[in-house]
Design a protein around this ligand. Structure first.
Ligand SMILES: [Zn+2]
Length: 193
């Protein structure tokens, strides 16, 4: 099963299939794990494969890979900030769109730049993000927190590393090295999911 294979992960609130690459689906799971909650996806990627196509306001960004839209009305302001921060820390260009930013209904739009086969519009948005812009046609400054340095490739999953550290904790405890086990536990618990 190639990582680029487009799979259906669910159904959006409009009843359309939510599509994305296998790699992006695994990435989204990690993001939700890091968030501690699961935002509602209101539009997936690969809308060109969905009967009826993408939303007009999306100007083709969602026709191919890398782009998702999230609902915000059921999130607190703090949760919205966290979604922007975590998606950016995990290598996506994310923005909250609203009347003031793009003249759109409120939602979070993002582009995972390292996903397969972005549409040309999504490629341009990704480049805008790298250049410190807001990804809108008016080419304004980015208006959210930016990681320093910018994260262009998602950080490697740490699950296997955590398992190794857990084994080392058990080993240290067996040898009576309590202080070492405590330090290892702190390191493990500080790793991102
Ligand atoms: Zn979008």
């Amino acid at each position: 099963m190639p990582a680029s294979e487009v799979i259906r992960t669910g159904t959006d609130p409009s009843g359309r299939p939510i599509l994305m690459s296998r790699r992006m689906a695994a990435w989204w799971e990690r993001v939700c794990e890091a968030l501690g909650f699961t935002p509602t996806i209101v539009q997936g990627a690969w809308m060109s494969k969905v009967p009826g196509g993408g939303a007009d306001a999306s100007a083709g960004y969602h026709d191919r890979g890398g782009c998702l839209d999230l609902r915000v009305w059921d999130l607190t302001d703090e949760q919205v900030r966290k979604v922007i921060r975590v998606t950016r820390e995990y290598g996506a260009a994310s923005w909250k769109r609203d009347l003031a930013h793009g003249g759109m209904d409120e939602h979070i739009h993002f582009v995972l730049g390292s996903d397969f086969a972005l549409s040309s519009g999504a490629e341009i948005q990704w480049e805008d993000y790298i250049d410190g812009r807001d990804g809108l046609s008016t080419k304004g400054r980015d208006y959210h927190w930016r990681p320093e340095p910018l994260v262009l490739i998602p950080p490697a999953p740490t699950r296997s590393l955590k398992k190794k550290i857990t084994a080392a904790i058990v080993d240290a405890k067996d040898r009576g090295l309590t202080a070492a086990a405590d330090r290892l536990r702190k390191i493990r618990d500080g790793l991102r999911p």
